[in-house]
Design a protein around this ligand. Sequence first.
Ligand code: X8Z
Ligand code: ZN
Length: 628
Amino acid sequence: MLPSVVFKLKRHSFVLWENFSDRVIPIRFMKSKLIQLVGVLSCLVVIACGDSERVTVDEATVFVEGAELRLLDLWKESGRAAWIQNNFISYDTNAMSASASEKVMAATINLAAEAARFNDIELPPQLSRKMLKLKTSLAAVAPSNNDLQAELAEIMTEMESIYGTGEYCRPEEGCLSLPAMERLFGELRDTDELLAMWGGWRKVGRDIRPLYEKFVEISNAGAKELGFQDTGHMWRSGYDMPPELFVEEIEGLWEEIRPLYESLHCHVRAKLGEELGTAVVPPNEPIPAHLLGNMWGQGWGNIYDVVKPEQDGMNYDLTQLLERKGIDEVEMVRYGEGFFSSLGFEPLPDSFWERSLFVKPLDRDVVCHASAWNLDFRDDIRIKMCISITDDDFVTIHHELGHNYYQRAYKDQDPFFQGSANDGFHEGVGDTIALSITPEYLVKVGLLETAPDQRGDIAFLLRQALEKVVFLPFGLLVDQWRWDVFSGEIPPTEYNREWWELREKYQGVRPPMPRIGDDFDPGAKYHIPANTPYARYFLAHVLQFQFHRALCEAAGFEGSLHRCSIFESREAGDRLRSMLEMGASRPWPDALEVMTGTREMDATAILDYFAPLAAWLEEQNVDRMCGW
Ligand code: X8Z
Ligand code: ZN
């Protein structure tokens, strides 16, 4: 079969050849890619005519099946060890989890080396897709050296454990865990207290720094052994397109959204200036990062009351509604399950309720950062979360359940295809459902008495934008930083300085106190010590609006996108399920097409959703100097 290349011409795709690893390439690269392609095709001809009889497609099939079975066993074993370690952090559980990860790493790297035998034969697309999945299944690998594998696994567990046990201790008031600090960060308005807590939590980064430096070194060596330039390059190779084009793709999406973000930034800075004085929040300068209601400045919804319109027409605050109704942690999760059930999904199994962690235990250290798990790659799905009774966590519960329902929907796929179309899809599903938490939905489930009328729209959209739009530059910069760290562009001496360069460049925020010596602020964000790639969240924040728009259409909704809730729509549920069931078996444009009818990620849906707010912000900013 001939290879296929899909070129993207001004966001319209056309197929030049069939079946060339299903890549999508923007037109600006077409010329150079055509030249490269001629090279690739001539190589293929040479290979095809050369000595490739030694291995066959059948042998490759048998090899991949064996690899899947072997890894599936090891994934289950290490998943269980990681579950225990995350739920009971101790010296011993760290060691046990590291040892199980080490086994997965060793097996993966051995199998990937063996797979090289099949490099020179043309494999059917599904098989070569599985070969790539084998090489990109881990977010970090050590080279084939037992000592380095053990060292990397230990470093990774240790970093996560330092983060998980981190706290901020004050001389008189005692120590605060991260979830407690996060809650306070949303409520406190005293800038000195915020500043102290902001700096206090960042000590955890300093403890992580030496481990992170070593981690970068070993994982890069492992990625090289797998044929990648470095760990970042390995991550960027999982998007059904050449890695360098993936970078262009997300930068392009960001450029579409940037004007909306800058307008929002302008309004927020002006309002903070009015509240706190322009000496604290000077116009034309980046905003000090401790004033945004969130420990990392990645979502600003908690300062809604500072930036809201004068007559906001919004008659509710979800945190207060939950508190007043006395809703507990388990009941919050029940609302999430209820939403999926209303779309026609099976209820969660009893084991979910028995085995999940919903409440922060008092007697032991746990990794509180919310996560969703699938322990047996079938039905043993769980979440682990230290739930606070807040609107933020109400949304996060839906986010986590989105992972679980995705996992369950693709459970019949082969092990290498048990995943999402791309990692942004996994992160976007639950968020899509959460976009349907409209006032009308809250009325339907009895959490709110009456929904505000249209006069509350700007308030609602502003509240949403403070999370969704604000997140985008943060979602982009975390891996801009990491990719450059892995490539060596950012050396260890510059780790923290470059982090803040990016935060200023993309977000327009600045550190509120001098950063010195061994400060390592990226280490104070979970995904750095846990080594979870982050571009996925950027993608998810674009995709969820595309998903939402498509599901609203399927549900027959007419009207403004932000007023749509797909609650109780079987049609929307069916559409969603048909994409979830595909797992990772097809390139992501295929999955996107099943769901939305389009093969491209684009920013039109998020811009549509926020269009009324964009107009309002323009008016607010008329006499303001925007930018930083
Ligand atoms: O880490 C998460 C989820 C678990 S996958 C809670 N999120 C990112 C974060 O908290 O930084 C969701 C949005 C971004
Ligand atoms: Zn997630």
